[in-house]
Design a protein around this ligand. Sequence first.
Ligand SMILES: *Cc1c(COP(=O)(O)O)cnc(C)c1O
Length: 464
Amino acid sequence: MSSGLAQRRRTAREAALTRAVDDGLLGPQSPLIGLLDVDGVLAAVDALHQAFDGPAPVQHTFAAKACGLVPVLRLLAEAGMGCEVASPGELEEALAAGFTVDRLVFDSPAKTVEELEFALAHGIAINLDNFQELARVDRLLTGRPAAGPVGLRVNPQVGAGAIGAMSTATSTSKFGVALRDPGAVEAVVEAFARRPWLNRLHAHVGSQGCPLPLIAQGIRAAYELAEQINTTLGRRQVTGLDIGGGLPVDFGSDEDRPTYAEYVAELRAAVPDLFDGRYTLVTEFGRSLLAKSGTIASLVEYTKSAGGRRIAVTHAGAQVATRTVFMPDAWPLRVGVFDAAGRPKQGPTEVMDIAGPCCFAGDLTAVGRELPAVEPGDVVALYDTGAYYFSSHFSYNSLPRPAVYGYRVDAAGQVRFAPVRDAQTLREVVEESGAAHVDALVALLPGNGSLPGDGSDRSAEATA
Ligand SMILES: *Cc1c(COP(=O)(O)O)cnc(C)c1O
């Protein structure tokens, strides 16, 4: 049984694919595109807000790393979200999208002095990662209060989920203050005692692959620490709990599983008082808001056989599906096959590999899948790729970033597209590969009048 939401998503996706081929958005001149279902994104935001509705004030932020495309961030701002940023680039993207500073949370694990100064001066909420960073903020504030909320990230060390690289609460994780290490809790309480401006705790327990009870257990540890700090200090100093993101996504179907409502039910069972309104809650969901609304679509360039295996060569590989290609067991994707007119393909199936354009043998987005027989000119779609796929480009083989389009389908089935990101031009690829310094290395060679310190312009440029 599939839910109405899943049904709508599938119907809209198929309509958009057909129309993209009809309109030539996907074709020989642009054989790879990303598509984003605008109504799907809005439905996810809505489900999130409804699930957390209650007495506790909640600020929902979107984790920009999941999809830092500016029009997407703008849409989310319009829908009432805040934005969690973890690098100067993400911060600039969020500001360009129109997020006001009071709706931002800055979380980078490697914030520079300059970045901290910016956040502190503009009242952007920050979560500090470790005791050295706390000391750095002490020096920057020199007695002044911070303009915005300041939190401390803690690692409840509750253990790993199914994917090691996605598990942030292992005993040796690089994130936050490791709470179960000897003396850590006492040190955190002491840190709050000495800093009245420190008023939040932050725990992002893990992402894809982390079971809900594990996440809930980590949030419970952060909640209990907040209670301990406030009780010990005899004042309500911790006023906010940032519970991170990490709701896993079902990459095996069109369903939203688990739902935000199921997550909140799990949290209510594990930490009943979390929602009583004494703490402002902050969330930082990424993947679960965007993944199921995104599709990567590529033309099939060639089909062939090798050692008895059928292979379809497409333009979507490691550059847009990096995790899937390098960790295929952890990040399998569903594949859809469409004919040259962009209509879902029926008919006899065959077992095949779906390959990308990158020059290494492992560049496969699916292996040994039974799919409708594919011919050159058909379209292969990779589903659930709205987060961390086309928005997290890997520039292997100097492959350009593909265009991304948002779409809406009205009641009559009419598809409207909006550009989200233009395809990167080859000129831009060359420019970002150092074209401005084309002669710089040759100029270092003997006989080119540019030994260090000879004062020539080239050497000045090369050593600048
Ligand atoms: C990546 C990240 C998130 C978002 O995780 P999702 O699994 O995409 O929901 C939230 N908070 C922090 C600190 C993160 O690093």
